[in-house]
Design a protein around this ligand. Sequence first.
Ligand code: PMT
Length: 215
Amino acid sequence: MRILVTAGPTREHIDPVRFISNRSTGKMGFAVAAEAAAAGHDAILVAGPVSLPTPSGVRRIDIVSALDMLAAVRGELDGADILVMAAAVADWRPAAVSALKLKKSAMAPSIPLVPNPDILREVAPLKGGRVFVGFAAETGAPDAEARRKLADKGLDLICANDVTAPGAGFGTDTNLVTVFGRGGFRLELPLMPKRDVAREIVRLAVEAREARDGR
Ligand code: PMT
């Protein structure tokens, strides 16, 4: 199968040297791509600005902003069977990007922002028989919010991680994830290495895709 994965943060530039971003390091998404390739799938990784090496057997597309990520996902979705959105996409970007470094004296104390497109919602009309997997970065009990995002974004599976739990979320080598699916499916995984979480996610997504094909 062909598995398209997004990872890392997006960077929303204010000028050539300043940007808005978040704490994602790409570890979770890179682990998903690595496990997909290790399981013999064709893995494509759309990566925000991170400092991780490309996992063996993975084709990598580097992007910077949410708009770049949307274009890359749109461009690769056609041949994909599964999309896993592990990236932490910035919800907002500066309304204007200066081509030159802004002088401190010319900067206003606030930056006008405009909303970024929601990538999962943008590509929902192209879903067809594909399996879409999202992540939900939550603070506190994830169930209600994860189920809301599952339905709201038209997903097959959503992996909720409590990003305030020790050893979970941004930058850690482990994660604490509960996977939610359609029809009340709920699988609570213990705290474990992101590679092991990733292996479970790839397994569940492939199973869902095979079930759709009637295999
Ligand atoms: O990269 P690491 O340091 O390993 O950290 C991993 C992680 C915490 C970033 C990862 O496990 C994670 O939770 N990723 C999703 C974070 C997030 O943006 O959650 P959200 O609840 O804001 O978004 C829900 C889903 O919608 C996500 O699949 C997200 O990729 C997607 N989304 C969000 C915003 C947007 N504009 N477009 C989207 O498609």
